[in-house]
Structures are given as structure tokens and as C-alpha cells.
Design a protein around this ligand. Sequence first.
Ligand SMILES: [Zn+2]
Length: 264
Amino acid sequence: MNVILWTIVISLVGIAVGSFLNVVIFRSEKKLPLTGRSKCLTCQEPVTKLDLIPIISFFALKGRCRRCTAVIEWQYPIIEIVTGVLFGLLFVRAFAGVGFPYFVDNSQWLLLFVRDVVMVCFLLIIFVYDFKYSYILDRFTIPAMILALLFNIALGADATSLLFSGLLLGSFFAFQFLISNGRWIGGGDIRMGLLMGFFLGITNGLVALFVAYIIGAAAGIILITFKKRKADSHVPFGTFLALGTLVAMFWGTQILDWYLGLLG
Ligand SMILES: [Zn+2]
């Protein structure tokens, strides 16, 4: 099978995985078990297999329940599409050997790809969950931290330097947590800092933090300008941190080079 076919197959797998991520996000908030059939939230009618096809069913049903016509959230097809696209992009990147972390050898591209798809799943869940429900759950950040460390060590990263990176980024948030008495920052952000350091190391971890603050500030200004949000309302910072981490995972090195170039 050639690369293009593989990319299509992997993107389709990504779409199916995205469908599962939606289930994880939704059922975690409702404290429901991850197994069991999907039901309509409004009429409780079990959803048939035919109506569970990712993306296609949503559009075939015009975004409504077949029985009670309750609206199905756009989150479902969007996450499915985004997961599919990211899986495809990560495969192409790993296969082409572009933008690898410095400790990864080209022969390890498949393991790097597995690491990245696993981390993308956790980051997407954290992104959506904090955006919708304003919480960064330990049940997502802690397994992600452990897996990030294990994958990176298996790929040849220095464990001590990863631990140090995580602790440094984590303490950046812990410090703000302490001086604001938990008003600016939640405990989930501290764990997010640890995760970013364990996954990206210190250099790309700082790039991720930088990107998260820029996107967060831009989003805040836009929302306040359009009066969608008050200046003092809650900021889903985990959403921006997850986004910054994704951006740094793909383009950390390029962003750093560009920034250092600006400084001369
Ligand atoms: Zn219904």
C-alpha cells in the first residue's frame, strides 16, 4: 500500500477515534460508564448503528434526533473531522521525518507517530472539556503525563531533563496559584504544566506556553469586543494550553527559529 492510501486509512481511523472521544467527553461529564449503547439525550431513544456513522449520520439526520428532532451538537462532527485530519497530518509528518524532536531518530518514526496520536487524543479531550465545562480533569491529565514520559523515554529522551521540564512549567502555574489563592489558576492548570513539560521538554514547552497566552489573549479581546464575555469572566485556560501544546508539537522548532530570528 502506498503512502497516500495509508494516509486515507489512518485519517478514517482518526475519524472513528474522534467519535469515541466525543463519547468520552460527554460521558465523563455525566459520570456515565464508557460502555453501553448511545441514547438520545432528550428522548432516551437508543441510537441505531446506522445513525452512529461518524460525520455522515450527523448530516444525513440534518443534526437532529431521528425520533424527537432534538438538536445534536456540532461538537460531534467537528471533533470527528479534526481528529481525522490530525491523524492524517501526523502520519505524513512522521513518515516524511519532518519536525522531529531532537532526541528522536528517523528510524523511530512509527513509535513517534503512535506517541503523537495518543497525545492528540488526550489534548483534544482536555481542549473540549475545559471549553464546555470549565474543568481540566485529572483522569485525563494524569494518564497523559505518565504516557508522555514513557513514550519519550522509549524514544531516547533524558528522563531527568523531562522531569525537570515538567516541574519547571508546573511550578510556573503553582506560583500563580499560590499568590492568587487559586483565583487566577486552578490545580488543573498546574497538572497541565507538568504534562506540557513531560511531553514537549523545556524549549517546546515554553513555545507552547507562549502560543497559549497569545491565542488566549487574542480570543479574550475578540470576545470582549463583541460583548460575548465580560472582562472578569472565567477563561478556559486549559483549552488554550491544550491548543498551544498541539501547535508546539507540530511547529515548535519553526516558531522558536522564527522568534530567535526576530531578536536577531
Ligand atoms: Zn431524541
